[in-house]
Design a protein around this ligand. Structure first.
Ligand SMILES: [Zn+2]
Length: 296
């Protein structure tokens, strides 16, 4: 009987041993590692690490989003036009140096603060302008509003302390008209904030701007007729005054007298002139490619 009772309890004992071994295995997996053993990473921690890695990747990718500031290149102090005030010329042939750009900024005033002309789409510039140009910009903006109730002129990019690399419309530091403090890219928020040549050209308000801006001293800086037929190239100023650029939104202050002569084509058979060609025609610039000015 005794032997029988031991035999009958054997399966229970075996079961106890199995359960014990299994429990020890489980416990040693989670808690029982000896010092020096590599720590197994719980799944939650692994997932967290993956998330962090993904976030880092995303941040790295986003670094290339937005304006990429271009380094200054080829900065021979070749610009003889900066003494021409409102008629100064800055382009890939007529460079200015960083000191000039920085000092110029200090001479400018805020369009938003002084005249309530908003920066409609803060981009890669400051909403700053030469004080006389700003005064005229305000008059032009008011005239635009009066002519077309419900419409307003806002800026997208005026003065730039640095150039940009963003494709064919952007220029390296030292070479862009946006260093002059006399220029703004303009938008009408009724038509959105993007700069779109074909879009703006369709609108009667923008046609008004092109036709009337000279009365306020502003010119359409890069008209189609002076784009030189090839707009797939970056700005490329040729001896004849063509620029390779066509930008309906880029308005430049040159003063009422010069703007009138440019818009009415005094030196261009009655057709809209380019600033480059105008400066050559008036004799202020003698060589558009090699950047030389009238000697006096
Ligand atoms: Zn522009």
């Amino acid at each position: 009987m005794k032997k029988n009772s031991i035999l009958s309890s054997l399966p229970v004992l075996i079961a106890f041993v199995f359960v014990g071994v299994f429990a020890w295995l489980i416990a040693s997996t989670f808690f029982g590692t000896k010092a020096g053993d590599p720590q197994p990473e719980p799944e939650a921690l692994e997932e967290e690490l993956e998330t962090i890695e993904e976030e880092i990747e995303e941040i790295e990718e986003n670094k290339s989003v937005g304006p990429v500031y271009a380094p200054m290149t080829n900065v021979a102090s070749s610009n003889c036009t900066i003494k021409y005030g409102n008629l100064m010329l800055i382009n890939p042939n007529f460079h200015v140096e960083q000191d000039y750009i920085t000092n110029r900024r200090a001479e400018l005033i805020s369009l938003s603060y002084n005249y309530g002309i908003a920066e409609g789409n803060p981009n890669n510039g400051d909403n700053l302008m030469d004080s006389v140009a700003a005064l005229h910009m305000n008059e032009m903006a008011n005239a635009y509003k009066t002519a077309y109730p419900g419409h307003t002129l806002e800026t997208r990019s005026c003065y730039r302390v640095r150039g940009t690399t963003c494709g064919r419309l952007c220029l390296p530091t030292g070479q862009t008209d946006h260093h002059t403090g006399l220029t703004c890219d303009l938008i009408d928020p009724a038509y959105g904030t993007s700069l779109d040549t074909s879009l703006y050209n369709q609108h009667v308000e923008w046609q008004w701007l092109k036709a009337n801006s000279y009365k306020y001293g502003f010119i359409d800086r890069f008209p189609l007729a002076w784009a030189g037929g090839s707009m797939s190239e970056p700005m490329n100023v040729n001896a004849d005054g063509s620029t390779g650029l066509y930008e309906t939104w880029h308005y430049r202050y040159v003063g009422v007298e010069a703007a009138t002569e440019i818009a009415t084509g005094k030196y261009n058979n009655g057709q809209y002139d380019s600033l480059e060609h105008y400066l050559k025609a008036t004799g202020l610039v003698t060589d558009l490619v090699n950047a030389t000015c009238k000697t006096d």
